[in-house]
Design a protein around this ligand. Structure first.
Ligand SMILES: NC(=O)c1ccc[n+]([C@@H]2O[C@H](COP(=O)([O-])OP(=O)(O)OC[C@H]3O[C@@H](n4cnc5c(N)ncnc54)[C@H](O)[C@@H]3O)[C@@H](O)[C@H]2O)c1
Length: 350
């Protein structure tokens, strides 16, 4: 197939510009349309990238090859399965869904339709994340035995009140664990292997006026390979301290990356492996003031572009994308177990 692949973005809110920009700049893709249930949002995004605006249903009639789904969490299933039923390849934003049964139905519908389903976890495409994964694969660390995740962010209440779907159990599916933290739960299981049991406790100390979901959570995770990890996450910090993940291997070596300020390409802040012990400050030269959401999303755009390029190549080459729908169900399974543990007050299986 030598002609450009015809792509559309469905859902034209905060993150959609990263997808539209990646398609518009990809030499093998034509960005045909930007679609939204809100015609004004579709028109605004389409105008930015020289595409046509479209409605949420008509977009599927545009003789497309693939779509990005950038709609709120509970709508992912309907939008993904409608696109799959038309034979379109789908790159869906994270989390794949907020209900594991919905995620399974999505994976099955895409398998049955014979189309590729990818799920956006663009932080896997950071060179620092790839380097950690290589250190695990090539045995530099031995077996991963100890993990540490900290997602310590700032959000204003206005972030939650800007859209009615945010901060509710029914529509957002959860708080910091689901919306911000799932990127790091994905990295954690990508590095440490299959989680088998979690314990979790969460609270809402900062944003209780604006949301019903958690803004703060702590958890421990036990992995099939015997590894253990701690997780702490919050959107209640002022200023935010960004995110970090560290992995210690069975030989005692530790590698880690930090994302600071939020959205900035992560750097390796610990590379304490045999023959090359090194650690830097995760905060660089100093603390930054809180970063605007648009700047956070904008800084992540090059890595959306890398994942979009991988997805386009997967469609062209008839291979799986880097993060398949099935792979994305793993972080969702962990999320579901974390909430179950917080509710039961006991460890819960994943
Ligand atoms: N990968 C990342 O770094 C990243 C960053 C931000 C958001 N996200 C994810 O992207 C998704 C969207 O988040 P957002 O912050 O852009 O949301 P948003 O609320 O800003 O935008 C969602 C858009 O979808 C539209 N919409 C709702 N239902 C629709 C439907 N059925 N068909 C077409 N359009 C519909 C809404 O009108 C809105 O314009 C979520 O899954 C979120 O978690 C990912």
């Amino acid at each position: 197939m030598n002609r450009p692949l015809r792509a559309a973005v469905i859902g034209c809110g905060n993150v959609a510009g990263n997808h539209a920009a990646a398609y518009a700049r990809h030499p093998g893709v034509e960005l045909v349309a930007c679609a939204d249930v809100d015609p004004g949002r579709a028109a605004a995004l389409a105008a930015r990238f020289g595409a046509d605006p479209a409605g949420a249903d008509d977009v599927l009639d545009l003789d497309l090859d693939l779509v990005s789904v950038c709609t709120p969490h509970p709508t992912h299933e309907a939008v993904v399965t409608a696109a799959a039923a038309r034979g379109l390849h789908v790159l869906c934003e994270k989390p794949i869904a907020i209900d594991p049964a919905a995620a399974q139905r999505m994976v099955r519908a895409c398998d049955d339709a014979g189309i590729r389903l990818g799920v956006l976890f663009q932080r896997r495409f950071w060179p620092a994340a790839q380097r950690i994964r290589r250190a695990i694969d090539d045995g530099t660390l031995g077996r991963p035995v100890l993990g540490e995740v900290a997602v310590l962010l700032h959000r204003d209440s206005s972030y939650y009140t800007a859209d009615p779907w945010r901060g509710t159990w029914a529509a957002d599916g959860g708080g910091v664990l689901t919306t911000q933290g799932v990127h790091y739960l994905d990295l954690l299981q990508w590095f440490m292997g299959d989680p088998v049991e979690v314990s979790c406790s969460h609270t809402t100390f900062k944003h209780a006026d604006a949301i019903e979901v958690e803004d703060t959570a702590v958890a421990t995770v036990r992995f099939a390979g015997g590894g253990l990890a701690t997780v702490s996450m919050s959107t209640g910090l002022t200023p935010g301290l960004g995110c970090r993940i560290r992995v210690t291997g069975s030989n005692g070596a530790t590698v880690g990356l930090s994302e600071y300020p939020e959205g900035t390409e992560a750097r390796l802040d610990v590379w304490a492996v045999p023959g090359a012990a090194a650690a830097g400050s995760p905060y660089g030269e100093g603390l930054e003031p809180d970063v605007e959401l648009a700047a956070i999303n904008g800084a992540l755009a090059p890595f959306h572009a890398l994942q979009v390029a991988d997805f386009v190549a997967a469609v062209r080459d008839g291979r799986d994308p880097a993060v398949t729908g099935r792979e994305a169900t793993r972080s969702l399974a962990m999320l579901t177990a974390l909430y179950a543990s917080a509710a039961s007050g006991r460890p819960e299986p994943v």
